[in-house]
Design a protein around this ligand. Structure first.
Ligand code: PGA
Length: 244
């Protein structure tokens, strides 16, 4: 059985007080899903002090070396020391604004795994690629270059998040039909690697909110969601989590 995930990506939002308040108010406990949030790197040390909420803590990115001259990066060793459970890799904002490539994602996933961090590998096509009908070609490349070379090694410690770039932060959610078709397509691509790879949990991300989470939860190939904007408010995030 594939595991379910409801993850919030806070991006560069929330300060210390807001985070404390968030966790004080976070009461939801899920028996069925792994529920987690990704604060900014600067706030990850709060993960260590978390008591109470049944919530995992993730980083938004993870370096591809354990230590050394890599100004501005977050070491996977340090993340683990702080009590971080998982990390995003290859979020489209990293790809768009910070030059992240499939090749660098591969190295990050490997290091995260070596340090026992679960990776949520984010893939997705741009609006232009979507309109040109290239979605599955783009996803194939992101998987074949960014994950497959180390997939045997990291299998069991990897989750994939399909996030169409045109649906992130735009209020435009992909329709159930699109998500159904693309998620089935992703499982097929995974099948070209190996049979066990088809059992990887697959999340959808892009303008997920309480109002659309139930229909997304109903899609057979989708095992959870990666939520940006709507994860910033406890009530909204808990509402989404309940759908899973
Ligand atoms: P959004 O962001 O839910 O605000 O569209 C999703 C994401 O970037 O992971």
């Amino acid at each position: 059985m594939r595991k379910k995930y409801v993850l919030g990506n806070w991006k560069m939002n929330h300060g210390v007080n807001e985070i404390k308040e968030y966790f004080d108010n976070f009461t939801y406990e899920s028996n069925s899903a792994y529920v987690g949030v990704c604060p900014q790197t600067l706030h990850l040390e709060m993960a260590e002090n978390l008591s109470g909420p049944n919530i995992k803590i993730g980083a938004q990115n993870c370096a591809y070396e354990n230590s050394g001259a890599f100004t501005g990066e977050a070491s996977p060793v340090a993340l683990k020391e702080l009590g971080v459970d998982f990390t995003l890799v290859g979020h489209s904002e990293r790809r768009q604004f910070f030059g992240e490539t499939n090749e660098s994602c591969l190295k990050r996933i490997e290091k995260a795994h070596e340090n026992k961090l679960l990776t949520v590998y984010c893939i997705g096509e741009s609006l232009e690629e979507f309109e040109a009908g290239k979605t599955l070609d783009v996803l194939t490349e992101q998987l074949k270059t960014g994950l497959f070379p180390i997939l045997d090694k990291v299998l069991g410690n990897i989750v994939i998040a399909y996030e169409p770039v045109w649906a992130i932060g735009t209020g435009k959610t992909a329709t159930v039909e699109i998500i159904t078709e693309v998620s089935a397509g992703i499982r097929k691509i995974l099948g070209t690697h190996s049979e066990p790879a088809t059992g990887i949990s697959l999340l959808y991300g892009g303008s997920v909110k309480p109002a659309n989470s139930e229909e997304i939860a109903g899609i057979a190939d989708v095992d959870g969601v990666l939520v940006g904007g709507a994860s910033l408010k406890v009530e909204d995030f808990e509402g989404i989590a309940k759908a899973f």
